[in-house]
Design a protein around this ligand. Structure first.
Ligand code: TTP
Ligand code: MG
Ligand code: MG
Length: 402
């Protein structure tokens, strides 16, 4: 029997971190603001009550833009751009440090507000979710002559609910599946609602660049363009057998189906994180020999922050991995699996030490990261003796380079 089409929404907050900052500094509304500074870049309030802000033109260092307001984007400043490069484009833009605790708080708030309207939610990260609207009352009702009136009204209600709870705007795409909704939520950003049916695919989806499909990354995107397929419509018009020859059975099939807007994936209301990680890029390249103490401290700090993340999310993990990026952008990873799940900073640091022993440090370092995977719920972890008593390995100081 033919299933009636589903209504799936994808909701993504607009310029999320920047918009949260504007709640705190409403006087900056409409201005070019960039998130990505250091704590020292925080605005200062003067004795007369006025504020002074750090400007992009005064920034030196290697930080990147975390996100930017739409006014800054109009000047060509986007996420992941180096701050000094951004300063060439928008020297007067205001620079603010990131405050992740606030962003997490507003993330929880907007998700709770959506859940009051439509409870079937798949969490896709700090500022986006999928929502299955199929069973929301009224979603299939026509309003006047508009057969999509019901679904548009539900989308509007969700946006209003998010706005009331947070003071923030978001953009929503609603279509019969997740693949199309992810595309649709970007069509009318910021503060937009885009409802698409399968009939809209030729006019609204086929003209888009292939990279607009979530699942076509930089590599596949480049290859498609080299093969002469620049738009989603170009893929849709290609012979599926040829796509399979070029991209293999599984990805070739997927590309063809995706270009026709086919996707049956359900909205998954709860998914376990695969891993949790923390990393940091240094202000200057550091040498394993000359900056050994500093590197040790930075690594201690990363392990502590990762342990705090685990405690907050109530997980422990069995595989600890390190990521090191050397000058010249050479990235090295190593991991180490332990017998029983761990969660303390000391246990993580110990495993990191074992990983570090397996790395050759012949170049200067620019980034370090720690990851913990193979996660289990903290409640499933057997209480165990502290790290040093459990292992016959020598103490940490003798193990690692730093
Ligand atoms: P996005 O939803 O990609 O971007 P955005 O919300 O800032 O802007 P848009 O209106 O286009 O959705 O990411 C959400 C947050 O994640 C963003 O506010 C900051 C953070 N982020 C990074 O830390 N690094 C990145 O490279 C990107 C893209 C986002
Ligand atoms: Mg966003
Ligand atoms: Mg997002």
């Amino acid at each position: 029997m033919l299933q009636p089409p589903r209504w799936i929404a994808h909701l993504d907050m607009d310029a999320f971190y920047a918009s949260v900052e504007l709640l705190r500094y409403p006087q900056l509304k409409g201005q070019a603001v960039v998130i990505g500074g250091r704590r020292a870049d925080a605005p200062q309030q003067l004795a007369d009550g006025s504020w002074t802000y750090a400007r992009l033109r005064d920034y030196t260092g290697r930080g990147v833009v975390t996100t930017s307001t739409y006014a800054a984007r109009d000047l060509g400043v986007f996420s992941a751009m180096g701050l000094m490069k951004a300063a060439l484009r928008a020297p007067d833009a205001i620079l603010l440090p990131a405050d992740f605790d606030s962003y997490r708080k507003y993330s929880r708030l907007f998700k709770a507000a959506v859940a009051e309207v439509a409870p079937v939610i798949e969490d896709r990260g700090i500022d986006e979710i999928y929502i299955d609207l199929t069973d929301v009352p009224g979603v299939r009702d026509a309003v006047g002559h508009d057969p999509l009136g019901g679904v548009k009204a539900v989308a509007r209600e969700i946006k209003n609910s998010v706005g009331r709870a947070t003071g923030l705007t978001c953009s929503i795409g609603v279509t019969p599946n997740k693949l199309l909704s992810k595309i649709a939520s970007e069509l009318d950003k910021p503060d937009g609602i885009s409802v698409l049916t399968l009939d809209d695919i030729p006019t609204r989806v086929w003209p888009l660049a292939v990279r607009k499909i979530n699942g076509i990354g930089p590599k596949a995107g480049d290859k498609l363009v080299k093969l002469g397929l620049e738009t989603v419509g170009d893929i849709a018009a290609a012979d599926p057998r040829w796509l399979i020859e070029q991209f293999g059975d599984s990805y070739g099939h997927w590309l063809y189906n995706a270009s026709h807007g086919r996707d049956n994936r359900p909205v998954v209301t709860f998914s376990e994180p695969v891993s949790i990680s923390r990393e940091t890029t240094f202000e200057r390249d550091l040498s394993a020999r000359h900056d050994r103490a500093l590197l040790g401290q930075i690594m201690d700090d990363l392990c502590q922050r990762l342990a705090d993340d685990l405690a907050r999310k109530r997980y422990a993990g069995k595989t600890v991995g390190i990521k090191l990026r050397f000058e010249g952008f050479v990235t090295v990873t190593r991991d180490q699996t332990v017998k029983a799940a761990i969660s303390s900073a000391a246990d993580i640091r110990h495993a990191v030490g074992l990983c570090l022993k397996r790395v050759k440090f012949d170049k200067r370092l620019r980034l370090m990261g720690v990851r913990i995977g193979n996660l289990v719920h903290a409640s499933e972890v057997q209480p165990a003796a502290p790290a040093r008593e459990r292992t016959s390995e020598p103490a940490r100081e003798n193990l690692s380079l730093f």
